[in-house]
Design a protein around this ligand. Structure first.
Ligand code: DLL
Length: 437
């Protein structure tokens, strides 16, 4: 195979040099962290008062973990380490309650993120001759602008099509000769089903590659998309707290995602004992960012369950490879690529006086896409011959939920006492999607 490297000297750097680089960057990042109120306090408790207190990479383990709740409690500026006038961009992701977690970028941070993204894209074989249709949400979500910037840096013609609207996606693909797309795996499957439904011929398209991420999917799903569309699909992993996509990406070997270790320090811990697992074992991924000055985040508990492949990659890159994410160590749901915590839904419906105590969240597949249904109990007065108050309440719940979780759910209202009551710990979530990871 003809491998191509965006930055060969970094991508193939010997491990000893890579670790020396990590240490140097970690010290720098500690410097940024000490400029934030949160970490000044947190690092102070373990005796880290200046960057030189970090002598070796092992010293990282002295630092307490950072959680999504910490970031949320620091909202809006508790993690900002540079003057606000130096910030040029923010992105955000959902929190466990209404408060999002916000990440800020300086102009240099954006350049570094873009460069990491270009490294990922170039490593899959893309060049400036490609036409790249970015079929994922733009906005506060990092998937849109992240891949967009990286695609431009590689020199591809980038079409910022955003997600949804398959008819327009097909038209763009045909009009401009799209060769590469980016989407969630469920949207790729949906696109393929729509192609058959509306009679778009594969021969009318010149697409050859897709980047798929933002939600879990199995090797079988990858193979299914590849064979149905006759393309190569590359797995892409990232999270807003760590810039978004570009944390880890597959190379042309398509066997695990290289995590850019000059930009992140990755640890895998046992989510119960919080101790490191043995190399190669599955556990929770903990990440420290080394490439962002505006919002340093140290030892962030991603809650994603994965592990490292232990053998070297034939492509020659020395940065280790992550396995597919096999699950989460918390209750976060990913619905068509959008992260939703059951507690966010509960907060909305329990805030409505008409709604009773019992509710149920159901997630299932409808075609290739995920479908969320929220079932709640309401008092008997509303069930009369006049369906208008009932429909108005349903609509109000749907709209309020949509504002809070960015997904429009189906809402069902049930009479008090009619939803199943569990003995012991309430089972509020039924995830009926096939588990094939
Ligand atoms: O999903 C960033 C992203 C955008 C990644 C586009 C890849 C492509 P968040 O919205 O903060 O950021 O969600 C992060 O999504 O902790 C994982 O649980 C899940 N996730 C992301 N990529 C993958 C993947 C973006 N390839 C959360 N496989 C993460 C499995 C993934 N899960």
């Amino acid at each position: 195979m003809n491998f191509q490297y965006w930055e060969p000297q970094i991508e193939k750097m010997p491990r000893s040099e890579l670790e020396a680089l990590q240490l140097q960057k970690l010290r720098q990042e500690i410097g940024y962290a000490l400029a934030t109120p949160f970490y000044r306090e947190r690092l102070g408790t373990v005796g880290i008062k200046n960057p030189d207190d970090i002598k070796t990479l092992a010293d990282l383990r002295r630092i307490p973990f950072t959680t999504k709740n910490d970031l949320r409690d620091g909202f809006p500026y508790g993690f900002l380490s540079i003057p606000k006038e130096e910030v040029v961009r923010l992105h955000a992701s959902s929190g466990t309650t209404g408060t999002p977690t916000t990440i800020y970028f300086s102009s240099d941070d954006l350049k570094r993120w873009t460069n990491n993204m270009a490294r990922c894209i170039f490593g899959t074989g893309c060049t400036k001759h490609d036409v790249f249709q970015n079929m994922i949400s733009y906005g506060l979500f990092t998937g849109g602008l992240g891949l967009h910037q990286g695609g431009e840096a590689v020199g591809m013609l980038v079409i910022p099509s955003g997600s949804g609207n398959t008819a327009r996606q097909f038209k763009l693909m045909q009009d401009f000769g799209t060769t590469v797309v980016h989407a969630t795996p469920s949207f790729l499957l949906h696109v393929e089903a729509k192609m058959r439904e509306v009679g778009v011929k594969r021969e009318s398209l010149v697409i050859k590659r897709a980047f798929a991420g933002a939600e879990p999917y199995s090797e079988d799903t990858r193979r299914r998309i590849e064979s149905l569309l006759n393309i190569d699909v590359y797995n892409s992993y990232g999270l807003s707290e760590m810039n978004g996509p570009s944390v880890a990406f597959e190379c042309q070997c398509k066997n695990g995602m290289h995590i850019w270790e000059d930009a992140y320090i990755a640890e895998i811990i046992d989510p119960e004992t919080l101790e490191p697992v043995k190399e190669g074992e599955i556990g929770e991924l903990v990440l420290t960012i080394l490439c962002r000055e505006a919002t340093p985040v140290l030892r962030y508990r991603s809650r994603d369950l994965t592990g490292f492949y232990t053998e070297p990659c034939p492509c020659g890159r020395t940065h280790r490879r992550l396995r597919r994410i096999t699950g989460r160590s918390d209750d976060m749901l990913i619905i068509n690529g959008v992260n939703v915590f059951p507690s966010q839904i509960e907060e909305v419906i329990m805030g409505m006086k008409e709604v009773g105590n019992n509710y149920l969240i159901v997630v299932e597949k409808e075609g290739a896409l995920d479908r969320l249904t929220v079932k709640t109990e309401v008092g008997p007065d509303i069930f009369t011959d006049d369906s208008r108050p009932l429909n108005a309440l349903k609509e109000r719940i749907r709209e309020t939920l949509q504002v809070s979780i960015s997904i429009s759910p189906r809402v069902e209202l049930h009479e008090s006492g009619s939803l199943p009551v569990s003995e012991g710990k309430a089972v509020r979530v039924q995830d009926k999607r096939p588990k094939d990871v």
